[in-house]
Design a protein around this ligand. Structure first.
Ligand code: HEM
Length: 226
Protein backbone atom coordinates (compact mmCIF):
# COMPACT_ATOMS: atom_id res chain seq x y z
CA UNK A 1 0.00 0.00 0.00
CA UNK A 2 2.79 2.39 1.00
CA UNK A 3 4.65 1.43 -2.19
CA UNK A 4 1.46 2.12 -4.17
CA UNK A 5 1.10 5.65 -2.76
CA UNK A 6 4.85 6.14 -3.14
CA UNK A 7 4.49 5.34 -6.83
CA UNK A 8 1.58 7.79 -7.21
CA UNK A 9 3.74 10.50 -5.69
CA UNK A 10 6.39 10.05 -8.39
CA UNK A 11 5.83 12.25 -11.37
CA UNK A 12 5.37 9.21 -13.65
CA UNK A 13 2.66 7.77 -11.35
CA UNK A 14 0.94 11.17 -11.21
CA UNK A 15 1.11 11.53 -15.00
CA UNK A 16 -0.51 8.13 -15.50
CA UNK A 17 -3.30 8.96 -13.02
CA UNK A 18 -3.89 12.41 -14.58
CA UNK A 19 -4.14 10.66 -17.96
CA UNK A 20 -6.54 7.94 -16.73
CA UNK A 21 -8.79 10.38 -14.83
CA UNK A 22 -8.72 12.77 -17.82
CA UNK A 23 -9.88 9.99 -20.15
CA UNK A 24 -12.73 9.13 -17.75
CA UNK A 25 -13.81 12.80 -17.63
CA UNK A 26 -13.59 13.06 -21.43
CA UNK A 27 -15.80 9.94 -21.62
CA UNK A 28 -18.39 11.71 -19.47
CA UNK A 29 -18.27 14.84 -21.67
CA UNK A 30 -18.86 12.76 -24.84
CA UNK A 31 -21.69 10.79 -23.18
CA UNK A 32 -23.26 14.02 -21.86
CA UNK A 33 -23.11 15.68 -25.29
CA UNK A 34 -24.71 12.65 -26.99
CA UNK A 35 -27.49 12.64 -24.38
CA UNK A 36 -28.10 16.38 -24.79
CA UNK A 37 -28.39 16.01 -28.57
CA UNK A 38 -31.81 14.48 -27.85
CA UNK A 39 -32.95 18.09 -27.61
CA UNK A 40 -33.32 17.87 -31.41
CA UNK A 41 -35.88 15.06 -30.99
CA UNK A 42 -38.10 17.31 -28.86
CA UNK A 43 -39.13 17.70 -25.22
CA UNK A 44 -40.37 14.14 -24.73
CA UNK A 45 -37.07 12.52 -25.74
CA UNK A 46 -34.83 14.82 -23.65
CA UNK A 47 -37.09 14.86 -20.58
CA UNK A 48 -37.54 11.06 -20.65
CA UNK A 49 -33.77 10.62 -20.95
CA UNK A 50 -33.13 13.03 -18.03
CA UNK A 51 -35.81 11.25 -15.96
CA UNK A 52 -34.25 7.88 -16.82
CA UNK A 53 -30.92 9.08 -15.38
CA UNK A 54 -32.57 10.56 -12.27
CA UNK A 55 -34.82 7.52 -11.71
CA UNK A 56 -31.81 5.47 -10.68
CA UNK A 57 -30.65 7.39 -7.57
CA UNK A 58 -28.02 4.82 -6.56
CA UNK A 59 -26.47 4.87 -10.03
CA UNK A 60 -26.84 8.65 -10.28
CA UNK A 61 -25.16 9.32 -6.93
CA UNK A 62 -22.45 6.70 -7.55
CA UNK A 63 -21.72 8.43 -10.87
CA UNK A 64 -21.82 11.90 -9.25
CA UNK A 65 -19.52 10.98 -6.36
CA UNK A 66 -17.25 9.04 -8.75
CA UNK A 67 -17.13 11.99 -11.17
CA UNK A 68 -16.38 14.44 -8.38
CA UNK A 69 -13.63 12.16 -7.00
CA UNK A 70 -12.09 11.68 -10.44
CA UNK A 71 -12.26 15.45 -11.13
CA UNK A 72 -10.65 16.19 -7.73
CA UNK A 73 -7.86 13.66 -8.35
CA UNK A 74 -7.31 14.98 -11.89
CA UNK A 75 -7.09 18.63 -10.80
CA UNK A 76 -5.00 17.93 -7.66
CA UNK A 77 -2.40 15.81 -9.47
CA UNK A 78 -2.29 18.12 -12.52
CA UNK A 79 -1.56 21.11 -10.25
CA UNK A 80 1.09 19.06 -8.41
CA UNK A 81 2.76 18.08 -11.69
CA UNK A 82 2.77 21.70 -12.86
CA UNK A 83 4.43 22.76 -9.56
CA UNK A 84 7.01 19.91 -9.82
CA UNK A 85 7.80 20.90 -13.43
CA UNK A 86 8.25 24.52 -12.43
CA UNK A 87 10.50 23.55 -9.49
CA UNK A 88 12.58 21.35 -11.78
CA UNK A 89 13.27 24.44 -13.94
CA UNK A 90 13.10 27.44 -11.58
CA UNK A 91 14.75 29.72 -14.13
CA UNK A 92 12.58 30.10 -17.20
CA UNK A 93 13.86 29.40 -20.70
CA UNK A 94 15.85 32.33 -22.04
CA UNK A 95 13.88 32.13 -25.27
CA UNK A 96 10.61 30.25 -25.10
CA UNK A 97 10.47 27.61 -27.82
CA UNK A 98 6.84 27.80 -28.93
CA UNK A 99 7.23 26.73 -32.52
CA UNK A 100 6.48 23.02 -32.01
CA UNK A 101 4.08 23.30 -29.06
CA UNK A 102 0.45 23.83 -30.09
CA UNK A 103 -1.66 26.62 -28.61
CA UNK A 104 -3.66 24.11 -26.54
CA UNK A 105 -0.56 22.42 -25.09
CA UNK A 106 0.91 25.77 -23.97
CA UNK A 107 -2.28 26.81 -22.23
CA UNK A 108 -3.32 23.64 -20.37
CA UNK A 109 -3.22 25.23 -16.89
CA UNK A 110 -5.20 28.27 -18.05
CA UNK A 111 -7.81 26.29 -20.03
CA UNK A 112 -8.09 23.75 -17.17
CA UNK A 113 -8.80 26.52 -14.63
CA UNK A 114 -11.28 28.26 -16.95
CA UNK A 115 -12.99 24.92 -17.63
CA UNK A 116 -13.40 24.36 -13.89
CA UNK A 117 -15.02 27.82 -13.58
CA UNK A 118 -17.33 27.03 -16.51
CA UNK A 119 -18.39 23.68 -14.96
CA UNK A 120 -19.11 25.35 -11.59
CA UNK A 121 -21.18 28.01 -13.37
CA UNK A 122 -22.98 25.32 -15.42
CA UNK A 123 -23.85 23.27 -12.30
CA UNK A 124 -25.15 26.35 -10.45
CA UNK A 125 -27.11 27.31 -13.57
CA UNK A 126 -28.71 24.15 -15.01
CA UNK A 127 -28.43 21.63 -12.14
CA UNK A 128 -29.01 23.81 -9.06
CA UNK A 129 -31.01 26.56 -10.83
CA UNK A 130 -29.40 29.30 -8.73
CA UNK A 131 -28.05 31.49 -11.54
CA UNK A 132 -31.35 32.05 -13.33
CA UNK A 133 -34.37 31.84 -11.05
CA UNK A 134 -36.75 33.03 -13.80
CA UNK A 135 -37.27 29.38 -14.84
CA UNK A 136 -38.12 27.32 -11.74
CA UNK A 137 -38.09 23.50 -11.97
CA UNK A 138 -41.42 22.41 -13.46
CA UNK A 139 -42.93 19.21 -14.84
CA UNK A 140 -43.92 18.49 -18.45
CA UNK A 141 -47.25 16.94 -19.50
CA UNK A 142 -45.94 13.44 -18.70
CA UNK A 143 -44.85 14.44 -15.21
CA UNK A 144 -41.13 14.48 -16.04
CA UNK A 145 -38.87 17.40 -15.04
CA UNK A 146 -38.91 19.86 -17.94
CA UNK A 147 -35.17 19.81 -18.70
CA UNK A 148 -35.94 20.64 -22.37
CA UNK A 149 -37.79 23.83 -21.33
CA UNK A 150 -34.92 24.78 -19.00
CA UNK A 151 -32.26 24.41 -21.72
CA UNK A 152 -34.36 26.30 -24.31
CA UNK A 153 -35.06 29.10 -21.81
CA UNK A 154 -31.32 29.35 -21.08
CA UNK A 155 -30.15 29.71 -24.67
CA UNK A 156 -32.82 32.25 -25.55
CA UNK A 157 -30.73 34.62 -23.45
CA UNK A 158 -27.71 36.00 -25.43
CA UNK A 159 -25.66 36.30 -22.23
CA UNK A 160 -25.89 32.56 -21.53
CA UNK A 161 -25.24 31.83 -25.23
CA UNK A 162 -22.00 33.84 -24.99
CA UNK A 163 -20.91 32.17 -21.72
CA UNK A 164 -21.63 28.65 -23.00
CA UNK A 165 -19.95 29.27 -26.39
CA UNK A 166 -16.88 30.61 -24.57
CA UNK A 167 -17.02 27.48 -22.36
CA UNK A 168 -17.02 25.31 -25.50
CA UNK A 169 -13.96 27.11 -26.90
CA UNK A 170 -12.09 26.47 -23.64
CA UNK A 171 -13.31 22.86 -23.50
CA UNK A 172 -12.20 22.29 -27.11
CA UNK A 173 -8.69 23.63 -26.48
CA UNK A 174 -8.29 21.63 -23.26
CA UNK A 175 -9.69 18.36 -24.68
CA UNK A 176 -7.75 18.59 -27.90
CA UNK A 177 -4.31 18.47 -26.27
CA UNK A 178 -5.29 16.56 -23.11
CA UNK A 179 -6.70 13.56 -24.97
CA UNK A 180 -3.72 13.17 -27.28
CA UNK A 181 -1.19 13.54 -24.48
CA UNK A 182 -3.12 11.16 -22.16
CA UNK A 183 -3.17 8.51 -24.88
CA UNK A 184 0.53 9.08 -25.49
CA UNK A 185 1.28 8.78 -21.74
CA UNK A 186 -0.55 5.45 -21.57
CA UNK A 187 0.30 4.24 -25.06
CA UNK A 188 2.94 2.06 -26.54
CA UNK A 189 5.74 3.94 -28.30
CA UNK A 190 5.14 3.38 -32.01
CA UNK A 191 5.23 5.98 -34.81
CA UNK A 192 1.86 4.85 -36.24
CA UNK A 193 0.11 4.85 -32.83
CA UNK A 194 1.72 8.18 -32.09
CA UNK A 195 0.16 9.72 -35.22
CA UNK A 196 -3.20 8.12 -34.39
CA UNK A 197 -3.14 9.51 -30.82
CA UNK A 198 -2.10 12.95 -32.06
CA UNK A 199 -5.15 13.03 -34.35
CA UNK A 200 -7.62 11.52 -31.85
CA UNK A 201 -7.56 14.48 -29.42
CA UNK A 202 -8.42 17.23 -31.91
CA UNK A 203 -11.02 14.97 -33.61
CA UNK A 204 -12.93 14.19 -30.39
CA UNK A 205 -12.61 17.83 -29.28
CA UNK A 206 -14.13 19.08 -32.55
CA UNK A 207 -17.00 16.55 -32.38
CA UNK A 208 -17.86 17.53 -28.78
CA UNK A 209 -17.64 21.27 -29.43
CA UNK A 210 -19.68 21.04 -32.66
CA UNK A 211 -22.34 18.90 -30.92
CA UNK A 212 -22.66 21.25 -27.93
CA UNK A 213 -22.48 24.43 -30.04
CA UNK A 214 -25.21 23.03 -32.32
CA UNK A 215 -27.52 22.79 -29.29
CA UNK A 216 -26.73 26.33 -28.13
CA UNK A 217 -27.02 27.92 -31.59
CA UNK A 218 -30.14 25.96 -32.66
CA UNK A 219 -31.99 27.44 -29.68
CA UNK A 220 -30.40 30.90 -30.04
CA UNK A 221 -31.52 31.12 -33.68
CA UNK A 222 -35.03 29.83 -32.92
CA UNK A 223 -34.65 26.50 -34.76
CA UNK A 224 -35.60 24.71 -31.52
CA UNK A 225 -38.32 26.32 -29.41
CA UNK A 226 -40.29 25.33 -26.33
C1 HEM B 1 -24.47 22.86 -24.69
C2 HEM B 1 -23.83 22.27 -23.71
C3 HEM B 1 -24.47 21.64 -22.51
C4 HEM B 1 -25.79 21.48 -22.20
C5 HEM B 1 -27.02 21.87 -23.01
C6 HEM B 1 -25.85 20.84 -20.90
C7 HEM B 1 -26.99 20.53 -20.22
C8 HEM B 1 -27.07 20.06 -18.93
C9 HEM B 1 -28.27 19.91 -18.16
C10 HEM B 1 -29.67 20.24 -18.64
C11 HEM B 1 -27.93 19.41 -16.95
C12 HEM B 1 -28.87 19.09 -15.76
C13 HEM B 1 -29.53 17.76 -15.98
C14 HEM B 1 -30.66 17.53 -14.99
O1 HEM B 1 -30.98 18.42 -14.21
O2 HEM B 1 -31.22 16.43 -15.02
C15 HEM B 1 -26.49 19.24 -16.95
C16 HEM B 1 -25.75 18.74 -15.88
C17 HEM B 1 -24.39 18.59 -15.90
N1 HEM B 1 -23.51 18.97 -16.90
FE1 HEM B 1 -24.03 19.76 -18.67
N2 HEM B 1 -24.56 20.59 -20.47
C18 HEM B 1 -23.69 21.08 -21.42
C19 HEM B 1 -22.31 21.05 -21.39
C20 HEM B 1 -21.58 20.49 -20.37
C21 HEM B 1 -20.13 20.41 -20.34
C22 HEM B 1 -19.23 20.92 -21.47
C23 HEM B 1 -19.79 19.79 -19.18
C24 HEM B 1 -18.44 19.41 -18.64
C25 HEM B 1 -17.30 19.80 -19.15
C26 HEM B 1 -21.00 19.49 -18.46
C27 HEM B 1 -21.07 18.89 -17.23
C28 HEM B 1 -22.23 18.66 -16.51
C29 HEM B 1 -22.28 18.02 -15.21
C30 HEM B 1 -21.07 17.52 -14.41
C31 HEM B 1 -23.63 17.97 -14.83
C32 HEM B 1 -24.21 17.40 -13.52
C33 HEM B 1 -24.71 16.00 -13.78
C34 HEM B 1 -25.51 15.55 -12.58
O3 HEM B 1 -24.96 15.44 -11.51
O4 HEM B 1 -26.71 15.34 -12.73
N3 HEM B 1 -22.06 19.93 -19.20
N4 HEM B 1 -25.99 19.64 -18.14
Amino acid sequence: MIRFFGHILTSVGSKVLVALSGLALAGFVVFHMLGNLQLFEGPEALNTYAAFLRDMPILLWTARVGLLGIAGLHIGLAVRLAVLNRRARPVGYAVREYRRASLSSRTMAVTGSLLLLFILFHLLHLTAGWVDTSFPDRLDLRGHRDVFGKVVHAFQNPLFVAVYLAGQAVLGLHLSHALSSSLQTLGVEHPLLDRLFRGAGPLVAVLVVVGNAAIILAVAFGLVRA
